[in-house]
Design a protein around this ligand. Structure first.
Ligand code: SF4
Length: 319
């Protein structure tokens, strides 16, 4: 039996079988689909190839999305990697941003992408994995295994009561989980143990808790496209921290529980409704009007928070 209900059980299976997360994911898929190992791997090869095609198209394209909010940034960033002396980031990180932008811009152009875990959060996994694959001159087998490891993490999150739905839990559940999956996958690609992979995911996701879903006009464009690019750095950083021995105090399953706890407190205005956050900024409303979308009811605008309760921490952050 290769089914698991959470990350703890996934790690237990890895320990019992003395194997990596990816190998458990392959066996899990064989078990639930009844397909051979070769067929399961072939299916993931299709996923990998579709991701790569989206990246290759996206880094060359300059055309805008239907509403003109995004498009052309992937090419700018990819071209920028040809002269790294001007940049502060590493080549693997900047190229990962270009690849994430490419994927999400293709999504905004209604091109073909892999919703991994969702369309809005589709850039982080391919961005991180393909850029690291090139950087490490890794094998195709390791690349495929990294995708399986990332998938296993997504399954464990859902089985543990998590969600990929921004309507339920905001962007922490889309780009947040995409980033956690990327952190786990890239850590396996780099030779990390199953514990280090799951720990990298925990380090990533716990620092994205509470992330609002607030897309302008309800389109998966702003902030979605650039958000994927920015968060590849979190996945890469979490992987580095994990491989350097930094351990998340809160285990991954409990980070998922925290994500769901926070989602229960999130206003519906920042859960995919485009009624809060960036969507109702002056610029957001101006663009909404230009797009010909109906105005947002007054009650959602200029919302103020009540008085904050007395803070017992002495960090001076409350002013
Ligand atoms: S802001 Fe909302 S629509 Fe955009 S990527 Fe995040 S969850 Fe998806």
């Amino acid at each position: 039996m290769f089914q698991f209900k959470n990350c703890e059980e996934l790690l237990k299976l890895c320990a019992e079988q003395k194997t990596d997360i990816s190998q458990i994911a392959i066996k899990y898929e064989m078990e639930i689909s009844g397909k051979s190992r070769a067929k399961v791997r072939d299916k993931m090869k299709q996923v990998r190839d579709t991701m790569w095609e989206a990246i290759q198209t996206g880094i060359k394209a300059t055309d805008k999305s239907q509403y003109g909010l995004v498009g052309g940034d992937a090419k700018k960033v990819y071209d920028g990697t040809k002269n790294m002396a001007n940049l502060l980031g590493s080549k693997v990180g900047v190229r990962a941003m270009a690849y994430a932008l490419a994927t999400n811009e293709q999504n905004a152009r209604m091109g073909k992408i892999v919703a991994f875990p969702t369309a809005g959060g589709s850039g982080v996994v391919p961005g991180v994995l393909f850029s690291t694959f090139e950087h490490m001159k890794s094998s195709k087998r390791k690349m495929l295994n990294a995708l399986f490891a990332a998938s296993a993490l997504g399954i464990a999150i859902l089985e543990h009561g998590g969600t990929f739905s921004a309507a339920k839990a905001g962007c922490q559940a889309e780009v947040g989980i995409g980033t956690a999956m990327a952190a786990a996958g890239v850590t396996e690609m780099r030779g990390g143990t199953p514990e280090q992979c799951i720990n990298a995911a925990a380090l990533a996701l716990k620092n994205m808790l509470g992330l609002a879903c607030d897309p302008l006009g309800g389109l998966v464009e702003v902030p979605c496209v650039k958000r994927n690019a920015i968060y590849v750095n979190v996945a890469l950083g979490a992987s580095d921290l994990s491989l350097l021995g930094v351990v998340s105090v809160i285990p991954m399953d409990q980070v998922v529980e925290a994500m769901m706890n926070i989602s229960a407190h999130m206003s519906e205005t920042i859960r995919e409704t485009a009624l809060g956050g960036l969507a109702v900024t002056k610029k957001g409303l101006e663009l909404r009007k230009k797009m010909g979308l109906p105005p947002i009811p007054e009650k959602y605008l200029n919302r103020k928070i009540g008085a904050a309760p007395a803070c017992r921490n002495k960090c001076n952050g409350c002013g």
